[in-house]
Design a protein around this ligand. Structure first.
Ligand SMILES: N=c1c2ncn([C@@H]3O[C@H](COP(=O)(O)OP(=O)(O)OP(=O)(O)O)[C@@H](O)[C@H]3O)c2ncn1[C@@H]1O[C@H](COP(=O)(O)O)[C@@H](O)[C@H]1O
Length: 106
């Protein structure tokens, strides 16, 4: 899975400046950050709908769309999956319950 996402990220970085007529990544990137963010939101909503309908195949399909569009957004922001991995690694072993409680400690 990590390899697939890394390969996808590499393709996205390469296609960003490609021909919008033949590349969806280039076409979406050319439309700008707001459009990329909008698409990400749409795919998130479609994932939510599939989840509520308990549509397992739909969840997988929409999650793939969601991860793809997230990777396009990260690339547009000059970020990458390694930045997200580092943040998740930083949180490793920190309970979400404890983390939330610590926000209200002071
Ligand atoms: N994983 C994906 C991937 N997932 C989803 N999509 C596209 O994302 C789009 C989202 O679907 P929508 O129906 O919402 O999009 P739309 O109707 O075109 O968009 P709007 O005009 O409505 O905004 C579709 O065109 C899908 O084909 C993807 N397009 C590309 N990839 C990967 O990116 C690589 C590079 O793609 P190109 O840039 O097209 O060469 C490909 O080889 C794939 O590996």
């Amino acid at each position: 899975m990590a390899d697939t996402l890394d390969a996808l990220e590499a393709v996205i970085r390469e296609r960003r400046t490609g021909d919008p007529a033949s590349s969806y990544v280039a076409k979406l990137t050319a439309k700008g950050r707001a459009k990329i963010a909008q698409k990400l939101g749409e795919e998130a909503t479609e994932t939510v709908i599939a989840a509520i309908q308990d549509d397992r195949a739909g969840i997988v399909s929409e999650a793939a769309d969601l991860l793809f569009h997230l990777a396009v957004l990260l690339a547009d922001a000059g970020l990458g999956l390694d930045d997200v991995r580092a943040e998740l690694a930083r949180r490793e072993g920190v309970s979400g319950i404890d983390e939330k409680a610590s926000r209200h400690a002071d």
